[in-house]
Structures are given as structure tokens and as C-alpha cells.
Design a protein around this ligand. Structure first.
Ligand SMILES: Cc1cc2nc3c(=O)[nH]c(=O)nc-3n(C[C@H](O)[C@H](O)[C@H](O)COP(=O)(O)OP(=O)(O)OC[C@H]3O[C@@H](n4cnc5c(N)ncnc54)[C@H](O)[C@@H]3O)c2cc1C
Ligand SMILES: *[C@@H]1O[C@H](CO)[C@@H](O)[C@H](O)[C@H]1NC(C)=O
Ligand SMILES: *[C@@H]1O[C@H](CO)[C@@H](O)[C@H](O)[C@H]1NC(C)=O
Length: 452
């Protein structure tokens, strides 16, 4: 048996999703850190949705030595330099037209979440156990800094650092914020307490996504020469948009229709958040759209509904020796394809600060503060940028009235402006690198200008 007290730190990771597993693999570089993973699901083989990774998080995949294994699960090959990513069409009219092409620097690599989990699991060190069927209920931190985790099956365990990687409905976040709200309440800071408590539950973004897989041969039979058979396309219009691109060498078309009610942002969604649905639930919204859109919807058999939820921005990702990463810290809309990428960045930076030679049981709070200072502003910015993309794609900017009023060259000019706004809002993901964050974290941990 291992003697835990001989280890520098015992880190418990709650949630074996993208963020939790990436963190475990990144921490495995430090043999004097003990890692334990607790996952609510009874196995890690569940079917997952597709995720996309831009060059920024892909750099981390390369640094962790995961690139070759991951590339075996996808047909996408990473390419540097300018790559056409999506054609944009104005589609909420009978005669739709392409008005621009998004060009990224480097490829967006698309993967299945389940494949990603499998590759990460394979890379976990033998000493790192994943305990499945362990749903965290709550935790308490003792004076000494030690944290006691309490699971739904009443089992318990101890750690020095608790990482809440438990996703959108994070139990770690709920405990963390409830404690803080109670503390504020007990000091008469009623409004602040209410503000903190309001960040516990996710809020509806106002948008519902409808996802489907369409057989490529069915689409080519129904609509020979359809744009999507050869190029990834986004069909934009008022109150919604559609994204469609070929996968599995064109055997399948990945289809997502977003229906946006921006006026209902931050309200409660009525009904189950996810589940099977019928295309009649969204087809009406696109009834007056161009024929290419009708052809796609015509070819859909089964679809899944997904009410997109986010959360109010947190004032800190850290409380005592507990830290939140990934969706638990900053669940975002999918309009920038960056939720998984941001979880990966969190994981890598957190491993960097926890693994640093200056970090010990005594200095955990300092390391976590550096993590919070580096990651929170960035992730919060991405949440907002992703929200803005959702508004651009559903032609909501300018109060949602601008685009209808113009035709001909004036409309064209407005659409070019829209394209520039999208690029400006999104280009951080292919013009910036994580190196800056890593260097900054090290500088703060080592620097003499350190405030702590
Ligand atoms: C349909 C869909 C499409 C998406 N598309 C993209 C995309 O194209 N690109 C992109 O970058 N992102 C995308 N995202 C977002 C991306 O999937 C998430 O941002 C990312 O998975 C976050 O990782 P995570 O590890 O924080 O959370 P998750 O991957 O959600 O993992 C959380 C884990 O914690 C476990 N858990 C939950 N509660 C507890 C508990 N109390 N105790 C123990 N374990 C618990 C869960 O079972 C789960 O395994 C998409 C998301 C969805 C749902
Ligand atoms: C594109 O990315 C590569 C590799 O990261 C970088 O060297 C190059 O400067 C980038 N080009 C542009 C135009 O941003
Ligand atoms: C996790 O699994 C190990 C090995 O099966 C077991 O010894 C340990 O008690 C489990 N931890 C919890 C908290 O149940």
C-alpha cells in the first residue's frame, strides 16, 4: 500500500470528463503528487457528443504527448497556416447566398468526446485510480487545510486539494458558493450573499440546439450538389442558425440547428434540458429559409434537443483549497467551439501551478490564486465572446432589425461588417498561444514581485 503522507500533495479530482482527465494526465508528470479521480457515472464508456479543438488547446495536446493517439481517432489532420473553415450564407430568405468564408490559422480538429476520454484514460499512470459511481454530495475543509469529500453513497475520503471538474451542474461549485453565501449572510452582507447564491444554478441561454446526423448519400440523393457535401457551411438568419459539415469521409453530415430567443436569456428553461425530439419542433422556424436548409431538414430522421445552459460569471474559481475548472467554472455556449479547449487550458495551467517546486501543502492557496488570476479573465472573456458569436450568427446585433432593412449592395456591405466582427471576436483562438499563460504563471510563482 502507498503511504500517502510521503507525497507532496494529495489532489482529488471530482469528474472524469475532458477537464478532469486532462488534469490527471498533466499532473502525472509530477510523481510526488498523488492523484485520485472520482466520477459519478458508473463507467466512462458513455456515448459523447463531438468536440472541436482549435490550435491553441491543440498545443497542449502536443505537449502532453497525446497527439498521435488522438489523431488515430479522427480523419482531421492538423495543418498550419490559413485554412478555410466555414462558408457563411445568408439563408433566411428564398434565394440564399454565400457572403464570406471564415479562414482560421490552423485546423479545427474534431473528435468524439468518448474517444478523447479513452485516449486520456490509457495515459493515466497506474497509480492514479478512477473510482466510478462516486457522485460528490458535498465537502468540508478543516482548519489544517485538509478537505473531506462526502459522496452520495456516504463514503468519504480526504485530500489536500479538491478540483471540481464536475461540469455544468457542479456539486463542488454548489458547496463552494453555498458556503460563501452563508458566510456573507452571517455578516449581514445580504445582497452579496444573494449574488453569490445566484451563481449556483445554471441559467438558460435562450437558445436550444437540435442535433442530428444525416447520411451523406441520402442528402446527395435528395439534393445533388448540396454545398454541405463538400464544404462546412453555416446558414445564418434571424432568430437562429444552422451549422452542417461532413464527417467520416462524407458518410455522415453533422447537423446542428440553433433556435435563439435572445429575449429569454438568463431565464429558466421549461422542460427537460436534453432528450430525443422530433424535427417538427424546430422545422417551422426555418420554413421561410432557402432550399438548401429545407433539404437538410428533409433528410433528418432522429434528432436530439439540447437546451443550452450557461452560468453567471464567478468572482473567483478558488475557495480555500478548492478550485473549479472547465464547465464547473465557466460553462459557455458552443458558438465558438471552445468549451472543451478552455477546460484543457484550465487543466494544464492548474497542473503547472500545483506541480511547481514552490507548491506544498502550506502554499496551495498561493498556487491556486495564481491559477485564478491567469485563467479567470481569459475564460470569462471566452464566455462573452462565445455569447457574441451566437448573436452574430442569428443576426441579432443592431437590435435584430438591421439586416431586414437592406437589400443589394447595402446588405452585402452589412454582411461583410458582420463577418469582420465575427473574425475580430473569434481570432484569439488562432492568433494567440497558451505559451503566454504558462510563462505568466511561472513568472508569478517565481517572481520577486509576488504579492503573497
Ligand atoms: C452537445 C455538446 C457539444 C459541444 N461541442 C463542443 C465543441 O465543438 N467544442 C468545444 O470545445 N466544446 C464543446 N462542448 C462543450 C464541451 O463538451 C464542454 O465544455 C467540456 O466537455 C467541458 O469539460 P468538463 O470536463 O468541464 O465537463 P464534462 O465534460 O461535462 O465532465 C464533467 C464530468 O463530471 C461528472 N460529474 C458530474 N457531477 C459529478 C459529481 N457530483 N461527482 C462526480 N462526478 C460528477 C460527469 O459525469 C462528467 O463525467 C459541447 C458540449 C455539448 C454538451
Ligand atoms: C499561424 O500560426 C503559425 C503557427 O502557430 C504562426 O507561426 C504564424 O505566425 C501564424 N500566422 C498568422 C498569420 O497568424
Ligand atoms: C476508491 O477505490 C479504491 C480501490 O477500489 C478503494 O480502496 C477506495 O476505498 C475507493 N474510494 C472511495 C472514496 O470509495
Amino acid at each position: 500500500m502507498q503511504n500517502f503522507s510521503s507525497k507532496r500533495l494529495r489532489v482529488a479530482i471530482c469528474g472524469a470528463g475532458i477537464g478532469g482527465l486532462t488534469l490527471a494526465v498533466a499532473l502525472a508528470q509530477y510523481p510526488d503528487i498523488d492523484i485520485e479521480l472520482y466520477e459519478a457515472a458508473n463507467s466512462l464508456t458513455e456515448l459523447g457528443a463531438g468536440i472541436g479543438l482549435f490550435p491553441r488547446p491543440w498545443k497542449i495536446i502536443q505537449m502532453l504527448g497525446l497527439e498521435d493517439d488522438l489523431l488515430m481517432t479522427t480523419e482531421r489532420k492538423p495543418r498550419q497556416g490559413p485554412v478555410p473553415a466555414f462558408n457563411y450564407r445568408k439563408s433566411d430568405q428564398q434565394a440564399g447566398f454565400t457572403f464570406s468564408t471564415l479562414v482560421t490559422n490552423g485546423t479545427l480538429i474534431t473528435l468524439h468526446r468518448a474517444d478523447f476520454q479513452a485516449v486520456l484514460l490509457k495515459r493515466l499512470p497506474r497509480t492514479c485510480r478512477v473510482n466510478c459511481s462516486k457522485r460528490l454530495r458535498t465537502y468540508t475543509q478543516r482548519e489544517s487545510g485538509t478537505i473531506e469529500l462526502i459522496f452520495e453513497d456516504n463514503s468519504r475520503t480526504f485530500c489536500d486539494v479538491l478540483v471540481g471538474a464536475d461540469g455544468l451542474k457542479s456539486a463542488t461549485r454548489a458547496t463552494f458558493l453555498t458556503e460563501r453565501a452563508n458566510w456573507m449572510g452571517s455578516r449581514g452582507r445580504i445582497h452579496e450573499a444573494a449574488d453569490v447564491a445566484s451563481c449556483i444554478d445554471p441559467v438558460w441561454s435562450g437558445t436550444v440546439a437540435y442535433r442530428a446526423l444525416i447520411p451523406g448519400d441520402r442528402l446527395s440523393a435528395a439534393a445533388p450538389g448540396h454545398s454541405v457535401l463538400t464544404s462546412p457551411t453555416q446558414y445564418l438568419g434571424k432568430n437562429g442558425y444552422i451549422i452542417a459539415y461532413p464527417i467520416s469521409h462524407g458518410k455522415m453530415i453533422n447537423f446542428v440547428a440553433f433556435v435563439c430567443r435572445h429575449d429569454l436569456e438568463n431565464t429558466k428553461f421549461d422542460g427537460p434540458w436534453t432528450g430525443p425530439c422530433d424535427k417538427s419542433q424546430f422545422a417551422g422556424v426555418f420554413a421561410h429559409w432557402e432550399p438548401e436548409v429545407h433539404a437538410l431538414i428533409h433528410c433528418i430522421d432522429k434528432c436530439l434537443r439540447w437546451a443550452i445552459h450557461t452560468m453567471k460569471p464567478l468572482r473567483s474559481f478558488v475557495s480555500g483549497n478548492t478550485v473549479l475548472i472547465g464547465d464547473a467554472a465557466h460553462a459557455m455556449t458552443p458558438h465558438q467551439g471552445s468549451g472543451a479547449g478552455q477546460a484543457i487550458e484550465d487543466a494544464y495551467i492548474l497542473a503547472t501551478v500545483l506541480g511547481h517546486r514552490t507548491t506544498s501543502r502550506e502554499t496551495v492557496p498561493r498556487a491556486l490564486r495564481v491559477f485564478d488570476e491567469i485563467r479567470r479573465p481569459l475564460a470569462t472573456g471566452v464566455v462573452e465572446a462565445s455569447r457574441m458569436n451566437g448573436r452574430f450568427f442569428s443576426l441579432e446585433e443592431d437590435g435584430g432589425i438591421g439586416f431586414d432593412q437592406y437589400t443589394g449592395p447595402q446588405l452585402w456591405e452589412k454582411l461583410q461588417k458582420l463577418h469582420s466582427a465575427v473574425v475580430q471576436n473569434w481570432e484569439w483562438t488562432w492568433t494567440t498561444s497558451v505559451d503566454g499563460s504558462i510563462q505568466e504563471a511561472l513568472r508569478r510563482l517565481e517572481g520577486h514581485d509576488c504579492k503573497y
